[in-house]
Design a protein around this ligand. Structure first.
Ligand SMILES: Nc1ncnc2c1ncn2[C@@H]1O[C@H](COP(=O)(O)OP(=O)(O)OP(=O)(O)O)[C@@H](O)[C@H]1O
Length: 269
């Protein structure tokens, strides 16, 4: 059974902009899939439809065997606790400590009172610390988030998502604000989490070479349509040009290129 399924999904913003045009795909549990495509292709819209941060205009979406497109608030809250999200700009509470931000991953499972009062069990605190250790952030646990580097902040974002005990993590441009070295650290952590915890990862990326290095499957989106869905080996130059609607020679197509040298190069937009 797929963990996520889109069936004929379209999204029209403000009755004007067709961001998604009748897309269908499904993810199996434990997959690591990247979505690539030019700016405005609809990548973020796909991710946000997965947990209904955005409502699809047409079509059906299933998560973990349940149709989410028709769910009421309470059921939807349950879906959101099972889908962690990682953002380009981290979305942390900067004035709070690393530990507090990670514990926020549990808010969806708490009563409003316990959440507002910041009441967490010893077990939850130990779990949060263990996750921080796995992400090499133990030494930063009691620092304020505004004291951290971008790469460290993104690792806190990942830790918060794992604290939710999700079945799937949605990553919206997780490395777009990071330097090549920090980008590699983040992608390595995501891959490890995917492999060791069997958490399905759906990752929006601008960098074609990163998508090719880390994913077993890539979905190429352009103009709100899926124009490629397959393994990195099948993603040839012609297909990349089709996805990016470009004949630009700057497109990164060589899988064997050194990632450090190329990660900050963007596919042509
Ligand atoms: N809240 C919104 N209201 C109106 N139009 C929107 C909204 N969000 C996105 N769009 C439009 O929908 C289309 C798809 O946007 P989306 O953000 O999903 O693309 P993207 O591939 O993630 O782009 P980028 O790589 O630049 O983040 C674009 O034309 C965008 O301008």
């Amino acid at each position: 059974m797929p963990i996520l399924q889109f069936e004929n999904v379209s999204k029209i913003y403000n009755n004007v902009t067709k961001a998604l045009d009748n897309i269908s795909f499904s993810l199996d549990e434990g997959e690591f899939v990247s979505i690539i495509g030019p700016s405005g292709a609809g990548k973020s819209t796909i991710l946000r439809c997965c947990n209904r941060l955005i409502d699809a205009s047409e079509g059906n979406i299933w998560f973990d065997g349940k149709e989410i497109t028709k769910m009421k608030k309470k059921e939807l809250r349950n879906v959101r606790t099972k889908t962690g999200m990682i953002f380009q700009h981290y979305n942390l509470v900067e004035r709070l400590s690393v530990m507090e931000n990670v514990l926020h991953g549990r808010l969806g499972q708490k009563s409003t009172f316990a959440g507002m009062a910041g009441i967490y069990s010893e077990e939850e605190k130990l779990q949060a610390f263990q996750i921080l250790k796995e992400l090499d952030l133990a030494e930063q646990a009691y620092k304020r988030c505004d004291e951290l580097s971008g790469g460290q902040k993104q690792r806190v974002g990942i830790a918060r998502a794992i604290m939710q005990q999700p079945k799937m993590i949605l990553c919206d441009e997780p490395i777009a604000s990071l330097d090549p070295k920090s980008s590699r650290v983040i992608m390595d952590h995501l891959k490890k989490i995917n492999e060791t915890k069997n958490i399905t990862c759906l990752v929006n990326l601008h960098q074609v070479d990163v998508a090719m290095k880390y994913s077993k499957r890539i979905i190429g989106v352009t103009g709100g349509k899926i124009v490629f869905d397959g393994s990195p080996e099948r993603l040839d130059t012609a297909t990349i040009h089709k996805i990016y609607q470009s004949s630009d020679s700057e497109l990164i197509t060589d899988v064997n290129v050194n990632m450090d040298e190329n990660m900050n190069m963007r596919a042509a937009i």
